[in-house]
Design a protein around this ligand. Structure first.
Ligand SMILES: [Zn+2]
Length: 370
């Protein structure tokens, strides 16, 4: 895990499987087949170099998405690299189809450019008769990046192509929900195709590894397509509901002079909320969250008070009773808050949590109302 241009880069353990697979297949199959005259250890060194450069290629693909997102005012919190590639985590959704179009296109465009770049390098070496290990690695990276770019352009969610198509439909219909439903459907169909094709490969062609690989990617895509569809249904279900209808009015708040050890024992343990409003006598002065407590080492809890770590009220995002529940959910996700204060006329009138909104969604779908 490290940071790059303010974005946290998280490398999932599952990524190392890919890393090893790339090194292994390079060293044992690809390079010996294309380069006849090297020793085993040389093949392995080439494999490691190819794997590192492939890793950087995938990272560049995600960085391209991220930079475009940042350019359009969307906060990118992290990039996660895992077994099926990379994922840039954004704090909010793009506001228009045009923004989403550019953000989604940046990734595959970068991969294709990298692919052509490595391809050009390979071509130059081929034409000048230098078909050594460098040309071999370049040839591999050209193929890998072009395949990565093309695969991501398939127009189904959660692939970039799905986002591009959604952006176009969104622009045309002016209805993001309907557009998402369509591309999730395509993503789901494509995932099913991958699964069936993978099983056929395993059974009929006896390519166990490639077949299993396709089945796993298919299952992952199916899950993601379903997830994005559910997010849309959730948004639909919450639209038109006012915060006043779901907020909890019996508010548990904490005193600003409360020591942190008591805060943990008497409040976080007891109520299991992620944050609490802070009062100085009757006046609302801030908010204290579990994350803020976690930043203080346990030995200091008895010596520090809520006021030492809380966020002052001017800096706490809040909701109004008339706010739309969809907007509230979006705000909670983008500020990474489990619970928000509802304020009316400068007075704290209620609290609403992500759990409240999800419970409402569940009850509405149980009753068959969406
Ligand atoms: Zn991408």
């Amino acid at each position: 895990m490290f940071r790059l241009a303010g974005i946290q880069i998280i490398i999932d353990y599952s990524w190392f499987i890919i890393f090893f697979l790339v090194i292994y297949s390079m060293a044992e199959n690809y390079f010996p087949a294309t380069q006849g005259s090297f020793s085993t250890s040389q093949y392995w060194i080439m494999g490691v170099i190819a794997a590192v450069l492939f890793f950087l290629s995938v990272l560049l693909h995600e960085m391209a998405h991220s930079f475009l997102a940042i350019m359009h005012g969307i906060k990118v919190t992290s990039i996660r690299l895992f077994i099926f590639g990379g994922l840039a985590q954004v704090a909010s959704e793009p506001e228009s189809g045009r923004h989403e179009f550019l953000i989604a296109l940046a990734g595959p465009a970068t991969s294709l450019l990298l692919g052509f770049g490595f391809g050009l390098l390979y071509l130059v070496m081929f034409l000048s008769g230098h078909l050594g290990p460098v040309a071999s690695v370049a040839g591999y990276l050209a193929t890998a990046n072009i395949l990565l770019g093309l695969f991501n352009l398939i127009p189904g969610f959660p692939l970039d192509g799905g986002r591009i198509l959604r952006a176009i439909l969104w622009d045309r219909w002016g209805d993001v929900t309907r557009a998402t439903r369509v591309v999730s459907g395509i993503g789901n169909a494509f995932a099913l195709f991958l699964i069936i094709f993978g099983i056929l490969l395993m059974v009929a062609a006896r390519s166990l590894i490639s077949g299993l690989w396709l089945v796993l990617i298919g299952l992952f895509m199916k899950q993601s397509a379903l997830g994005s569809y559910q997010a849309v249904v959730l948004r639909e279900s919450l639209a038109g509901v006012q915060i006043r209808q779901v907020m909890k009015e019996n508010i548990v708040s904490v005193d600003w002079l409360l020591p942190l050890d008591e805060l943990v024992r008497e409040y976080f343990y007891k109520y299991q909320y992620t944050n609490f409003p802070v009062l100085n006598r009757a006046e609302l002065i801030g908010m204290v969250s579990l994350d803020q407590v976690k930043e203080i080492s346990k030995e200091l809890w008895m010596f520090k008070q809520v006021r030492d770590i809380m966020t002052p009220i001017e800096q706490v995002p809040f909701l109004k009773p008339t706010d739309d529940a969809t907007e509230a959910f979006r705000l909670m996700v983008s500020h990474d808050m489990g619970r928000m204060m509802v304020i009316e006329g400068g007075r704290l009138v209620g609290m609403v949590s992500r759990r409240d909104l999800l419970d409402l969604f569940k009850i509405k779908s149980d009753l068959g109302i969406s």
